[in-house]
Write a protein that binds this ligand. Structure first.
Ligand SMILES: Cc1cc2nc3c(=O)[nH]c(=O)nc-3n(C[C@H](O)[C@H](O)[C@H](O)COP(=O)(O)OP(=O)(O)OC[C@H]3O[C@@H](n4cnc5c(N)ncnc54)[C@H](O)[C@@H]3O)c2cc1C
Length: 545
């Protein structure tokens, strides 16, 4: 049986690891027949921090030699099991034959974010003549629209940081932090690599794509969809759903055009409140769901690097180490304050304006693949439950978010300037008269975040920030700035769906991805899209799935 050799220092890109692995096993290099990299990540607890890798190793002496070694295995060595075989498979375990799709079954996918794109890709691979509708622009144009917004506060409500080809994940850090690369997730990761992602994402424990890379992947995915016979339409906003005999049979576009097709897979993301309304009006049932809300905290990346890696280890002195990151949680005992955590940390990134609505302020974080910006940011977000919402209907959570976003516009003083406060001032209970330079391009208005966020959320943030400051020196120090509000962490409602992925109250409509309450990031949204498409393929062409 081959061996799994864990936690071996990684020798670097394009360097044959045989010598280091042999040294780790105290064997001559000739004793190793094959060495395959499985995964690598930085161990920040070591001084100095070190890249470590796990390998699959076959010994030249075959099973006998491996069994002999396993009798008294060196540290971190164990058999490479059948489960590992599945987990680290480099095959595509889920490919489907491409066959003629039954006439009269033209699926409509609404939304070209990760859920919609990967659903359409899977359907296309199976031969379905699907149509993919996207309210925004292709990523090249969208990029210009987003730049115009970030530079000149000119907002296009349909082409912005959350709407347009690639969905909300297109202008992001592109974190795809999942421990697994097998099965369906393996399919997602391999498709990303086939269309331009760095193959290292297949091996890195903390893989991320970066906005620049995502911008290269999307046009290739679009071209692949066209090759597969999927029709992609931009500036095609679904405004209503056609219902006949209690079933969803198509969509009505904002232009008035009606498109018939079924099922309708609705993957419109966490910001398409107008589409939620239309889905509810058409008869799809939904329920409220808890979310998290707070503010982005920004520090110099240097501060995080030094806290994580040691004094002086920042910038070029970091060598091959990545910009350091963190993930922190706070759960004050006795319920003194609400639980909170850091969310969507962007090392070497920037805080960005991320609204799709005029006169609303929403912030988020993004980075490029090199993560070279001088700042680190994350959202410090606090639990919000349906008990906080102003009503019991499914859209009450969206109204709760919206009220905060509107207040932030007022407090920020308009033109998408964001309210900001020094962490130290928030902890001291005083408004900030000024803040250091921040990465948010549309300007910030120093003040008191208590004017923007409800008191229980501020209390949760205060408790969390005190706790985080004990874990990362300087987290609440004079360089730490809060920029608010971060409201769009996920959808505050979930559309019901049955085991066949369809709405039980509106068959023919398939609620999908983050906006429907079934995903919380790029990878999970893509996976949800894949699974729903697969269920549809199995239902429509049982013999071929
Ligand atoms: C700035 C930012 C940074 C992020 N960083 C990360 C990260 O690093 N890692 C991570 O995993 N996640 C990140 N996320 C979250 C991630 O982007 C989402 O979880 C993911 O994109 C959800 O995928 P989705 O396909 O369900 O929805 P979305 O990506 O939101 O896509 C929905 C799509 O539907 C379209 N649409 C909406 N309404 C209609 C309509 N009526 N008709 C036609 N089209 C419509 C929208 O234009 C959009 O393209 C980030 C989000 C933001 C905003």
């Amino acid at each position: 049986m081959p061996l799994l050799v864990a936690n071996v220092p990684w020798p670097g890109e394009d360097i044959d690891p045989t010598a280091v692995v042999a040294a780790h096993l105290a064997l001559p290099e000739a004793a190793l027949a094959a060495v395959r990299l499985l995964k690598r990540s930085v161990d920040g607890r070591r001084r100095p921090p070190t890249w470590l890798a796990n390998y699959r190793v076959d010994l030249s002496g075959g099973e006998q030699a491996e069994a002999a070694l396993l009798r008294s295995p060196p540290h971190g060595v164990r058999p490479f099991t059948a489960r590992d075989e599945v987990r680290f498979a480099d095959q595509d375990p889920a490919s489907v034959p491409r066959v003629a799709w039954p006439a009269g079954h033209r699926p409509i996918v609404v939304g070209a974010g990760p859920a919609g794109l990967f659903a359409a890709l899977r359907l296309g691979e199976a031969g379905a003549p699907a149509i993919l509708l996207e309210r925004g622009e292709p990523v090249e144009r969208r990029h210009h629209d987003v730049r115009a917004f970030w530079r000149h506060a000119r907002l296009d409500p349909d082409s912005n940081v959350v709407f347009g080809e690639g969905g909300a994940g297109a202008f992001s850090d592109g974190k795809i932090y999942t421990r697994r690369r097998d099965g369906e997730l393996g399919w997602v990761f391999r498709r990303l690599v086939e269309h331009g992602a760095d193959p290292a994402v297949l091996e890195e424990g903390w893989a991320h794509l970066g906005t620049d890379r995502i911008r290269e992947i999307l046009p290739r995915l679009r071209a692949r969809l066209a090759e597969l016979g999927v029709e992609v339409r931009f500036r095609a906003r679904a405004e209503g759903f056609l219902v006949e005999g209690g079933r969803c049979v198509g969509v009505r576009l904002a232009t008035g055009e009606e498109l018939r097709g079924a099922p309708v897979l609705v993957a419109t993301g966490h910001s398409a409140r107008d589409t939620w309304q239309a889905m509810l009006e058409a008869g799809a049932a939904a329920e409220q769901r808890p979310i998290h809300i707070g503010a982005r905290v920004e520090h110099p990346q240097r501060l995080i690097d030094e806290a994580r890696y040691g004094p002086g280890l920042f910038g070029s002195a970091r060598g091959g180490l990545p910009a350091a990151s963190y993930r922190l949680t706070s759960n004050p005992p006795g319920g003194r304050a609400r639980p909170a955590h850091t969310f969507c940390m962007c090392p070497g990134g920037t805080v960005v304006a991320a609204t799709n609505l005029p006169e609303r302020v929403v912030v988020n974080g993004m980075s490029y693949s090199g993560r070279r910006a001088a700042y680190a940011n994350s959202a410090v977000v606090v639990e919000v439950t349906p008990a906080d919402y102003p009503g019991s209907d499914p859209l009450a959570g969206a109204r709760f978010q919206d009220a905060i976003e509107a207040r932030a516009w007022q407090v920020g003083g308009g033109e998408f300037r964001a309210p900001a406060q020094l962490v130290s001032d928030l902890l001291a209970g005083r408004a900030s008269g000024g803040v250091p330079r921040v990465s948010y391009t549309l300007g910030v208005t120093p003040g008191d975040l208590r004017e923007v966020l409800p008191e229980p959320l501020v209390e949760g943030m205060v408790a969390a920030l005190r706790h985080f400051d004990r874990q990362i020196a300087g987290f609440a120090g004079p360089e730490a700035v809060l920029i608010a509000p971060e409201t769009r962490t996920t959808a505050p409602l979930r559309f019901l769906r049955g085991p066949d992925y369809q709405s039980p109250t509106l068959p023919g409509l398939v609620p999908l991805g983050e906006g429907a309450g079934y995903a919380g990031g790029i990878a999970s949204a893509a996976l949800d899209g894949f699974r729903a498409a697969q269920a549809l393929i199995e239902r429509t062409c049982p013999a071929r799935a």
